[in-house]
Each structure stands twice: as C-alpha cells, then as structure tokens.
Design a protein around this ligand. Structure first.
Ligand code: 3PG
Length: 213
C-alpha cells in the first residue's frame, strides 16, 4: 500500500468539505488541524472548490484531496491546484485513466461487483463504496467484499459519529468519509468553532483516552 493510503488509514476519517466561498478554506484548515484531523476532501460541487484546494494545499500542513471529480477537466484542475488525491462517486474509466496517467491516486466510487472489478482492472486497491448506508450498510459491505480480499474500502454516504466505529472495525475498511464532520451550512455561517468541536469529538471516539487517564 502506498504512503498516501497508509496515511489515510492512520487518519481513519476523511471529512468532505463543500465550499461556497474559497475564503473559508483557511479557517476550515485551522479547524481541522486544531480538531486533530489534518485532511480534507474538497468536493467539486461548487465553483470555489479549485481555489479552496489551492489555498489548503499551499499551506503544506494538511492532506488535501478533491472529491466529486466527474470529468477529466475537473481532475486536471484539482491536480493543478495541488490535490494529493482524487475521489469520485462512481468509476468513470476516462477519469480514472486520466488521473493515473497524471500520477495522482484516485479513489473511485463503487456500488456493485462489476464496479469493483472495473476499478481492479486499473490496478486500484482502494475504492470508495457509496452510498453505503442506502446500499445496505455493514451487511452489504461484508457480503460484497468477500470475493475481493485485496480491496480496502472507504464507505461514504450516511456515515456519522454514531456508526463510524462499526465500519472502522472491519478489516476491509481503510477509512470512512462523510460530510457530517464539516457541514456546509456551518461553514456558510462561519461556525468554525463548532466544526472544530465536531471534529475533535469524532477524533476522540477514534482513540478514546485510557480509563483513569
Ligand atoms: C459523498 O459524496 O460522498 C456524499 O455526499 C457523502 O455522504 P454524506 O453526506 O452522507 O456524508
């Protein structure tokens, strides 16, 4: 497993951030760092995404990737802005091939065995599984991963502080992704303290203090 995926596996959570204003990029980066989760997946769902990635990548103290990468043009813009990895909701062979050609890891989304095998045909070993809770949650993940023991999954879609540990304890899960950690509305209202608190709360759940400590 390469260094990037190893790092994602250590962090265990990938917060999705959808920016309405690139000016929120640095306050969010501060909140993520202070909360103990120095990683963000910036979704290409708004015009501010590219500039937000650039601002976070330029700091050099956070792992930043691009999410919702649907086209090769978005892949290029994300990579040129400094994205260290790309994520997509589905497995678009053109986007996957293009990202790999540019030397940037991509984590495409899967929902069926056919999707998984398409990802494997590109040599991928880490895949997002989306939208996991609607697909069937833990039971679905256990069942679908049976034939593919070499694949590690990043379940996303319906993950929360309540269910993330159930996923993370599965050996086939590398990390979980989710938008609940950041919250687009909270960012729009400049509630970065609340964001930091929700991140710190999730991080504390990942590594509870030893009893009496
Ligand atoms: C995604 O693109 O991965 C989803 O929007 C994340 O799902 P969530 O909002 O349920 O976390």
């Amino acid at each position: 497993m390469n260094d990037l995926f190893q790092r994602i596996g250590e962090l265990k959570l990938i917060p999705l951030a959808t920016f309405d204003q690139a000016e929120h990029a640095l306050p969010l980066a501060d909140a993520l760092l202070a909360g103990g989760l120095p990683v963000a997946e910036v979704t290409f769902r708004t015009d501010a995404a590219e500039e937000a990635i650039r601002r976070i990548a330029n700091r050099g103290d956070l792992l930043v990737g691009a999410g919702t990468v649907l086209t090769t043009d978005q892949a290029d813009r994300a990579i040129d802005a400094g994205a260290a990895f790309l994520v997509a909701p589905g497995t678009n062979p053109k986007v996957v091939a293009h990202s790999l050609k540019r030397g940037v890891p991509i984590i495409p989304g899967v929902a069926t065995p056919t999707d998984i095998e398409l990802g494997m045909s590109f040599g991928l070993e880490v895949l997002k599984i989306f939208p996991i809770e609607v697909l069937g949650g833990i039971r679905m993940l256990k069942a679908i991963s049976g034939p593919y023991p070499q694949i590690r999954f990043i379940p996303t879609g319906g993950i929360s502080a309540e269910n993330m540990l159930d996923y993370l304890e599965l050996p086939q899960v590398l990390a979980c992704g989710g938008s609940w950690l950041v919250g687009r509305d909270k960012m729009a209202n400049n509630e970065f303290d609340a964001i930091q608190k929700s991140i710190a709360k999730a991080v504390a759940l990942l590594a509870p203090e030893p009893a009496g400590g």
